[in-house]
Design a protein around this ligand. Sequence first.
Ligand SMILES: Nc1nc2c(ncn2[C@@H]2O[C@H](COP(=O)(O)OP(=O)(O)OP(=O)(O)O)[C@@H](O)[C@H]2O)c(=O)[nH]1
Ligand SMILES: [Mg+2]
Length: 216
Amino acid sequence: MEIKVLKDILGANDQMAQNNQQLLDKHNVFAVNLMASPGAGKTSLVLETIKGLGGKVRTGVIEGDISSSIDSKKIAQEGAPVVQINTGGECHLDASMIRNALDNLPLADIELLLVENVGNLVCPAEFNLGEHRKVVVSSVPEGDDKPIKYPAIFLIANAVVLNKTDLLPYVKFDAGKFCEAVRGVNRKVDIFEVSCTTGDGIDRWVSWLLAQMGRK
Ligand SMILES: Nc1nc2c(ncn2[C@@H]2O[C@H](COP(=O)(O)OP(=O)(O)OP(=O)(O)O)[C@@H](O)[C@H]2O)c(=O)[nH]1
Ligand SMILES: [Mg+2]
């Protein structure tokens, strides 16, 4: 008896991610996957981005956390449509979780979808969600060596946001060394130095985002 062995050309997750992107494209939604360690400032960046866009772009949010709705409550206070995913232990979001969230968002009313991944610098790098851009948020207190220690996530990033620059006077952190380390992994990536606390640098980041969407 002949036994058929079928090769999985695209992994199941990648297939689902492709479906997600088709659904997003159908609704003209541009999706950005924000990845970072716990506490780097992902939620703060989402909030500052919504503020920085000043109502120019209708923005929806998917919040990924192991547990709680703390972050989605902060987003809802700003009036943006938001869905909270609780992974219940998984250290990353995957494409099927995003599919469920998309089914619960008013896609026709959204132009930009910001996806806050679970706080982790390793696992999220391995799972495509169907996003159009991947962004890594790093922060000053984490140290300037993170791109060297966790290269995989920096390698796949379209942009790196260095947050908490207001802490530079108080923390041993060499911004030049950090940028050099990022470029050592990912030569062409765009790097934005921001502070979500003071608002410094947010305008440049928001301009980049608009340019990626083909907007001004
Ligand atoms: N000094 C300073 N603190 C910041 C800045 N951005 C965020 N924080 C603080 O950092 C802490 C974590 O910020 P969040 O935005 O919740 O970080 P997160 O990455 O969403 O965290 P998780 O969702 O738990 O992974 C909070 O106490 C913020 O107020 C910044 O630019 N400067
Ligand atoms: Mg958060």
